[in-house]
Design a protein around this ligand. Sequence first.
Ligand code: FO1
Length: 320
Amino acid sequence: MNRRLLALAGGVGGARLAHGLSSVCVPDQLSIVVNTGDDFEHLGLSICPDLDTVFYTLSGLADRARGWGRAEESWHFMDTLRSLGGEDWFNLGDRDLALHVLRSVHLRAGGTLEQFTARLGERMGIDCIIAPMSNDRVSTRIHTDQGELAFQDYFVRLRCEPPVRAIDYAGADRAQPSDRLIAALADPTLGAVVLCPSNPWLSIAPILALPAVAAWFDAPQRRVPVVAVSPIVGGAALKGPAAKIMVELGFAASVLGLSDYYGARVDGWVIDELDRQHAAALRDRGKSVMVSQTVMRTDEDRADLARTVIDFAERVQVRS
Ligand code: FO1
């Protein structure tokens, strides 16, 4: 694609496609904007899990089995914390800790998350733009049978077990998109927006909840196509609670349920070969569809899917 690409991402699946895109795009043609609805203060540190997962994945430092955190990690800090009676439900590896400390120092001194993120990209030798969705605090809140839960309480401490009744994004109504997100959406050379195979409710919705972003997606005169890669394959999420949450919120756990959720905000769907039977129904809804192998086991899979998404995005038309 000769035009710019904006990828919205969060979670492990999102980071894997972002990695694929970064490996096949000209660096200055790609912006990756990352969910910050999962961010929280823990043990006095500012933790931004989705940004860090993108950085570790793109720089080849991620633990491939876990998806989050760094490879070759050690856990002396956690062991010591536990022995001293500290909160040990959220795991911070010894190497990973350095990033949280540096970011916390930067934010406490009055710097923005976007500045820190840009500097980290330079430091880690990542050429494309990586930016948080916002410098303002947006907190994903999970309303469950056990009451309202902070995101990481639900996700890590309670392992996504409590049935979800509703989700909201506290602070989103007042939050401004980051400068790089505003610039990407306003860029006349923007060729497509890609929704990575991230959890729609937990990773993409916080970004779409920013009023300025929602207005861009919903503008009747929008001419830039939005292409989504399904995080649901054969009725299940490859990782994480997407399918469980879909059912709990009253959607079918399938690409059709995803399409019900995103509605007119998505013009084209990349779905897995296992979901080929849904292609006709998506086309009946006016969507363009690409059926492909979407499971990303190797770096080559990531690059192949990225090329498929880019080729497809060049052909997708915005339908109103
Ligand atoms: N996920 C877990 O399931 N357990 C953890 O202890 C954990 C620690 C953690 C530390 C740093 C970091 O950047 C991510 C971490 N994650 C952990 C992943 C994270 O909670 C979620 O994957 C995302 O927030 C959802 O996208």
